[in-house]
Design a protein around this ligand. Structure first.
Ligand SMILES: *Cc1c(COP(=O)(O)O)cnc(C)c1O
Length: 222
């Protein structure tokens, strides 16, 4: 099966209203080109250098999403190319994106990354941290970032109940923010969760953006 067929089949099963981010990290530009020719415009990358190189090689109308851990020293490099950063996992990173976006004279859309999975990681806010972090004072101080939603991952486990619980926790956190500090912010509208193996559960729990790589492009060779 080629990229085109994989993509068409996937598209046929993703419900309307759910945005598909084609996660193309580690795949060559030829594979992205095939997806592009099949109509895909939104691509996700997780490394700054790779995103920039591919942005140069692909048509202008591609929307690039940054989905990996973003090091602060890479912010300046990627901002000119990205339309959405999924992975804002610290106040420091958020404030740096704000000031770099100001320098560029544009607004940058970001998602705040939540950590609910059972795996240990230092990236992402817990739900309670995030609720405490997003205050009217914080929002008032950010002129050049737009908090467009949240992003998260479920535990990497066969325990489907756990996976569903993780997705529900992400969606609940979105709803709490929407009912709280981000109420009235219309642009706060994205719940990005679900990957190749678990996106149907994510959609069931309320995802409106999914990030799918392997199902479209095949296994990655790291
Ligand atoms: C790699 C990656 C994906 C896509 O994973 P697949 O299992 O290949 O669909 C989604 N989200 C993030 C954050 C990733 O790093």
């Amino acid at each position: 099966m080629g990229v085109r067929d994989n993509l068409m089949r996937l598209r046929a099963s993703v419900p309307e209203g759910v945005e598909l981010v084609a996660v193309s990290k580690f795949h060559p530009v030829e594979a992205l080109r095939e997806a592009y020719d099949a109509g895909q415009r939104v691509f996700g990358e997780s490394r700054a250098n790779e995103l920039c190189a591919k942005a140069q090689a692909m048509p202008e109308d591609v929307e690039w999403h940054f989905i990996g851990h973003l090091q602060t020293n890479k912010v300046r490099q990627i901002l000119p190319h990205v339309s959405l950063v999924h992975s804002v996992d610290s106040e420091r990173l958020l404030r740096l994106i704000d000031s770099e976006a100001a320098r560029l004279g544009r607004k940058v859309r970001v998602l705040l990354q939540l950590h609910v999975a059972m795996e240990e990681t230092k990236y992402g806010f817990t739900p309670d941290e995030l609720i405490g972090f997003v205050t009217p004072e914080l929002l008032a101080g950010l002129d050049h970032v737009e908090i467009a939603g949240i992003m998260g991952m479920a535990s990497n486990t066969d325990d489907e109940e756990r996976v569903r619980r993780d997705f529900r926790a992400i969606r609940d956190t979105y709803d709490r923010l929407k009912a709280g500090a981000l109420g009235g912010h219309d642009e706060f509208s994205i719940v990005s969760m679900g990957m190749s193996h678990d996106w149907p559960d994510a959609v069931e729990a309320g995802a409106n953006m999914i990030r799918v790589g392997t199902t479209i492009f095949g296994e990655r060779e790291y």
